[in-house]
Design a protein around this ligand. Structure first.
Ligand code: FAD
Length: 473
């Protein structure tokens, strides 16, 4: 019996059930990764994220080889090509069983169904696992048998499910020993060489499983206890910074959950850890939303009546937002953080997304795409969920219409203007009162722009547009 472990967005050895199960049986085990640059292009995957994935893959290949497992990397072009690659690989190598973690967005599902069909009459068995999430996306239903669309209700059930059936403490596989061969080394090197990504970005990040494990350890030891109080303050590194690791799978969600849970034994950490676990639940929530409402991955809004909104096509305003030149300091600092680091703080993702869709009334899909093109953690479920939440086209349960005031957010979450000063040096000299509203300064130096749009009247305008859409629908 020849077993194959097919790696996708789970580039790790620890806490990888397919790998562990494959190695638990007798007989040889091979590993495969299929590159799909065409899919990356189609999904607007940021060059920085591609770099993160390829470097993590390189580390995985070396690690597997050192433990006695060969990793093959084959360029399949896109998902259709991947199906052929897997089919051929299985036939050529006499594979009898394929082990992998399930993926839930619609293109991934279709790819996996096509693979299953292509192996249908060959006797090859495919075994799927759910390490990519904590609670599988079809596990929880409301009393009516429908998916949860309100987070608080989902989270209650999620907590109960985790108590009862949560994943076991992640383990490392039983290695075969000996020296393996990293067959894909040259392919990965070539793909990395073809990437165009600035070293100023890559030097900020550490790809791979080992770095993710260290980052988790550091976060839990130093920041987890204060997470609840610091998570909303962008100038403090109060959040885990693990989103790239979780989305490429260099870290198992089960590992993150277990470490936080064990830390909760310490009374001083309990509140912070519970709050952080809530974020892991949000991650599952948006994955099940995307899986169960597949039209969301095709650009459709969750609230159908919002299809009727007439978004503003103004390219000048869109470009001002993209470049961090809207004249609102915290919005601009946030956009520049994205451009210069490939990451943005959650509070600021909400703020900038709301600014684009409410103040500028520009289509959320344009912002969603721009984020994907720049984020190291770009993830279709979380990104789509976050954008639709911000645009009020999504699953937000708030009984009122949300519009953040960029000035109030700035005063509240960056009171000293530290974050603004870091990314908008034009404003670094303003005191911590005027930095939030620089247009009130007659002697502003440099070329910082005046606000591209006034805050006054935005809420009324947007509310009226949504009301009109609802009434016409
Ligand atoms: P922490 O605060 O340490 O949270 C731990 C983990 O929980 C994160 O790494 C992430 O995996 C998960 N998580 C946290 N918040 C959310 C959330 N709201 N939804 C889903 N999962 C969450 N997250 C992405 O991973 N990829 C994206 O492309 C993405 N796009 C977003 C777009 C918008 C408009 C908004 C409002 C949010 C988006 N998020 C996205 C969610 C969130 O902003 C990031 O996960 C978070 O900022 C990552 O930083 P961290 O790892 O330090 O988070």
């Amino acid at each position: 019996a020849m077993r194959l472990v097919w790696f996708r967005n789970d580039l790790r050895c620890h806490g990888h059930t397919p790998l562990r199960q494959a190695l638990a049986g007798a007989g040889p085990v091979l590993a495969l990764y299929v590159l799909c640059p065409g899919q990356w292009d189609a999904h607007d995957v940021a060059p920085l994220r591609r770099w993160y994935v390829l470097e993590s893959l390189r580390e995985l290949g070396e690690e597997l080889a050192a433990r006695g497992v060969d990793l093959h990397v084959i360029d399949g072009g896109d998902f259709a090509g991947a199906v052929e690659v897997v089919q051929r690989f299985v036939a050529d190598r006499g594979v009898t069983e394929v082990f992998c973690n399930r993926e839930y967005p619609v293109n991934e599902l279709n790819r996996d169904r096509a693979v299953a069909r292509s192996l249908e009459n060959t006797g090859v068995r495919i075994r799927g696992f759910d390490d990519g999430v904590l609670v599988p996306p079809r596990a929880l239903n409301t009393g009516k048998g429908t998916p949860y669309t309100v987070f608080t209700a989902y989270k209650r059930r999620w907590d109960a499910w985790m108590e009862e059936k949560g994943p076991p403490l992640p383990e490392t596989p039983r290695w075969p020993g000996g020296q393996g061969d990293f067959v894909g080394r040259a392919t990965v090197r070539k793909a990395l060489a073809e990437l165009s990504v600035s070293p100023r970005l890559t030097e900020l990040w550490q790809p791979g499983e080992a770095a993710a494990a260290r980052q988790l350890e550091r976060f839990v030891a130093r920041d987890l206890a204060h997470y609840k109080n610091r998570r909303d303050i962008p100038c403090e590194a109060g959040t885990s910074g693990l989103s790239a690791a979780l989305s490429a799978g260099t870290l198992a969600p089960a590992q993150a959950w277990w470490v936080a849970r064990l830390a909760m034994r310490d009374a001083g950490v309990r509140e912070g850890a519970a709050c952080w676990i809530g974020e892991l639940a949000w991650r599952d929530f948006y994955r099940q939303i995307l899986h169960r409402f597949p039209m969301l991955a095709k650009g459709a809004p969750f609230r159908p009546e919002t299809r009727l909104l007439q978004w503003n096509d103004n390219e000048t305003l869109f470009n001002a937002w993209c470049q961090g030149r809207t004249g609102y300091p915290l919005v601009d600092a946030a956009m520049r953080q994205l451009l210069s680091t490939g990451w943005m703080h959650n509070r600021l993702r909400m703020l900038t997304a709301m600014f684009l869709t409410k103040h500028l009334f520009i289509d959320w899909r344009k912002g969603e795409r721009f984020f994907m093109q720049h984020l190291i953690d770009g993830d279709v479920a979380a990104n789509n969920g976050g954008w639709q939440w911000s645009a009020s086209t999504g699953t937000d349960a708030a009984p009122y219409f949300r519009v953040f005031s960029p000035v109030r957010q700035s005063r509240r979450f960056d009171p000293q203007g530290h974050f603004i000063a870091r990314y908008v040096p034009e404003l670094a000299e303003l005191d911590n009162d005027s930095v939030h509203e620089p247009w009130k300064q007659p002697l502003l130096s440099g070329d910082y722009p005046p606000p591209v749009v006034a805050h006054e009247g935005v809420k009324q305008r947007v509310e009226a547009a949504f009301r009109a859409a609802r009434d016409t629908w």
